[in-house]
Design a protein around this ligand. Sequence first.
Ligand code: ADP
Ligand code: F6P
Length: 319
Amino acid sequence: MKRIAVLTSGGDAPGMNAAVRAVVRTAIYNNMEVFGIRYGYAGLLKEDFIKMELGSVGDLIHRGGTFLYTARCMEFYEEETQKRAAEILRKHEIDGLVVIGGDGSYRGAMKLTNLGVPCIGIPATIDNDIFGTEFTIGFDTAINTVLDAVDKIRDTASSHERTYVIEVMGRDCGDIAAWAGVATGAETVIVPNVPYDINDTVKKLQRGRARGKQYSIILVAEGAGSATDIGKQIEELTGFDTRVTILGHVQRGGSPTAKDRVLASEFGSYAVQLLLAGKKGRAIGIEQNRIIDYAFEEALKKTNQQGDKLSILCDQLSI
Ligand code: ADP
Ligand code: F6P
C-alpha cells in the first residue's frame, strides 16, 4: 500500500474536510503518496486527480462543505462505468481508495472493491442514516444548526402565540428530527417509522393551550410527511394561528462542531490504518465510543433508525 486516493461523494456534510485532512496527513505520516480526487465518482471518471501534500489540507479543519467538491454521478450506477473507474485507478497505480460519503457512495465503493480496488468507507452525511454506526460525520453540526434555528423561531412563536411546524432533512431517517425534538423540547416529532395520528397531536396542542401554553413547536422529518400539509391540517383542526418553516439546505452548511471534527479525524486516520493492514470493503463507524469497522454489505442492509425511541421520549416529556 504505497499510493492511495481519497474522494468525497453524495451530499456534502460538515466535517468532510476534517476527514480528508486526517486521511492525507496519516498517509503522509506513514510514507505513502496520497491523491485527492475531485467531484467524487464523476471526477474519478474524468481523472481529476490532485497530488496532496501536507499543506494541501491546511486551514480546512474548521470549514464546512468539501474542498474536494462532491457530485451525484448517475453514470456510475452502470457496471461498465464501474469497470472503467477501476481501470483508471489501476492506471494511476492507486492501491487503495477512501470514499467519504453516505450509503449511495458506499454502494459504489463496494462495487469497486469487488472489481479489485480495495476501498474503505467513511460515513459522512447529515442524515445519520447509515446502519452500524451510532454517528455519521456532519450529523452533530446539523442538529446544532436545527437547534439554533428552532430557538430563534421560539422567540417569534411565543410573541405571536403561534404553532410552528418545522420540517427538517434526513431522507428516510428521522434522527435529525428526533434529536432536535428532544433538545428543543418540541411538542411532537414526526418521524418515518413511528406511527403518527394527527388527532393525538391536535388533542395535545389543545391540552397545552388549556393549561396556559402560549405556543407550540412540531418537528417533521422530511421522510415522514410534508410540513406544509401537516401545518394546514393543524390550523384547520385547532383554529390556532399556525406557520410552517422548511429549514432546507441551511442544515448542510456551517463550521463543523468539535464532535464532528474529532470524529472525522479519528475516522480518517483509521481508514488509512485499515488500508495499511490490508483490509478492504470495510465501513467505519463508532459504537459505544469505540471506532469500529464492518463490511459494506452489513452497512447497506437497512437504514439506521436509532432516533425512533427519542421521538417517543420527546412526546412523553412534552406531555
Ligand atoms: P450518499 O452517498 O450521500 O448516499 P447518493 O445516494 O447520491 O449520496 O450516492 C452518491 C453517488 O454514489 C451516486 O451519485 C452514484 O455515483 C454512487 N452510487 C450510488 N448508488 C450506487 C450504486 N447502487 N452503484 C454504484 N454507484 C452508486
Ligand atoms: O443526504 C443529505 C440530504 O441533505 C438529505 O437530507 C436531503 O434529502 C438531500 O440530501 C437533499 O439533496 P439535494 O442537496 O440534492 O437537494
